[in-house]
Design a protein around this ligand. Structure first.
Ligand SMILES: [Zn+2]
Ligand SMILES: [Zn+2]
Length: 388
């Protein structure tokens, strides 16, 4: 995951603008300075592929809550690092430093360095704001005024999060991280902004003023690995009541049960149905195209070379992954590739793919839609009866 690789793969996914991640780490910063061109103070660009980067990192506070920061310039990154340094022992080791500071203190430092801050993957059970606190204010106190966004995370979406009243004040970001450039990892979730120029200051303006974010795109929350309450060792699922009754210990393997995002949002929510503010964009559910191809062929591994090859030919032919998934007429796809894939993309567009929900740290899984299986069965039966 060096800048060359990220920049190249981002093009195939249809991403123009990517967060650097880990920018507090001096070596990563060095790589940025060497590998990318400076467009302006907060925007960097890959010369060959044109992919732009904005300066971001996560920080872990003393209560193991993750915060996402977006910086307006290298200078501000360095100022912020200096402020945090006395409170961290792994600043030069980990891309996401742990600091002995509260959310309030980190938000204060973020404001001092003109940076944006918000909770990362806000509902997950290990390292998020809502595993620890009952409200934004409980975490950020008087610094809540400096918090402009909340990152939904893979196991949640707008429809779930806007059941919580206080979140109506914030921009939602549907970001995803990636630890490898595989196309089912990079850009699993993304945001669409309408900016006059794709640069950091326009991006800041948009997030701060809650405007010009025109679309959030992400996995169906059921595909996220913390959607349902489940054992973190054997992944057995539990209802909230069962988990509480067993003291959050799994009765099958003795492992720790982790509260799913769905249940956590249920506890925090005031509304049965989402009450989104006017500025909130639509949330589009998506699925990595390689997983759809694997599903169409009944392959268990979306990283198999055949799947990758077909994925590459599709995104090269139709511009990028999101156009294949959402925009390209299905008959064009069918003419170009095999009908199984076209069929499965259509099933995705019709919201007919079945999902075995994730939980406890295990991702949800796509299943061939019941409709398809039934249709195939019927077809077989018809043929058998023909032969009498
Ligand atoms: Zn995190
Ligand atoms: Zn278990």
């Amino acid at each position: 995951m060096v800048f060359d690789t990220i920049a190249e793969q981002a093009i195939y996914k249809g991403l123009d603008f990517v967060g650097t991640g880990d920018i507090l780490h001096p070596k990563w910063m060095e790589m940025l300075k060497k590998g990318l061109e400076k467009v302006d103070e907060g925007t960097y660009q890959h010369s060959e592929h044109g992919t732009k980067f904005v300066l971001t990192t996560e920080v872990e506070d003393e209560q193991k809550v993750h915060h996402l920061l977006i910086f307006p310039s290298i200078q501000k990154v360095e100022e912020f690092r200096e402020k945090l340094e006395p409170y961290s022992s792994d600043m030069y080791i980990d891309g996401r430093p742990k600091v002995d500071l509260t959310g309030v203190e980190i938000a204060e430092f973020a404001a001092d360095s003109d940076s944006l801050i918000g909770p990362s993957h806000a509902f997950t059970p290990w390292t998020s704001i809502f595993k620890e606190f009952e409200s934004l204010e409980e975490c950020y106190e008087d610094q809540l005024k400096n918090v402009d966004f909340l990152e939904l995370g893979l196991s949640a979406d707008t429809f779930l999060a806007d059941r919580i009243g206080e979140l109506g004040k914030l921009s939602f970001l549907s970001n995803s991280d990636a630890h490898s450039p595989w196309p089912n990892k990079l850009g699993r979730e993304f945001n669409r902004f309408e900016l006059s120029e794709p640069n950091a200051s326009e991006l800041f303006e948009s997030i701060k003023k809650r405007k010009n974010i025109t679309l959030n795109v992400g996995l169906d929350p059921e595909l996220g690995k913390y959607h349902l309450t489940a054992c973190s060792r054997c992944y057995k699922r539990f209802s909230l009541k069962e988990a509480e009754k067993s003291g959050w210990k799994c009765n099958k393997c003795g492992g720790t049960i982790k509260k799913g995002v769905y249940n956590r949002i249920g506890e925090l929510s005031e509304f049965e149905k989402p009450q989104s503010p006017d500025f909130r964009p639509y949330y589009l559910h998506t699925v990595p195209l390689t997983e759809i191809i694997a599903l169409a062929w009944n392959f268990s591994n979306p990283r198999s070379s055949q799947v990758q090859k077909t994925w590459r030919s599709l995104v090269e032919e139709f511009d990028n992954e999101i156009t294949v998934l959402v925009d390209t007429p299905i008959d064009e796809i069918e003419n170009f590739t095999d009908s199984e894939i076209a069929f499965m993309i259509q099933a995705f567009r019709n919201k007919e793919l079945d999902i075995v929900p994730g939980g406890g740290g295990k991702y949800g899984e796509l299943e061939r839609p019941a409709k398809v299986i039934n249709a195939q069965k019927k077809e077989t039966q018809k043929k058998l009866s023909e032969f009498g």
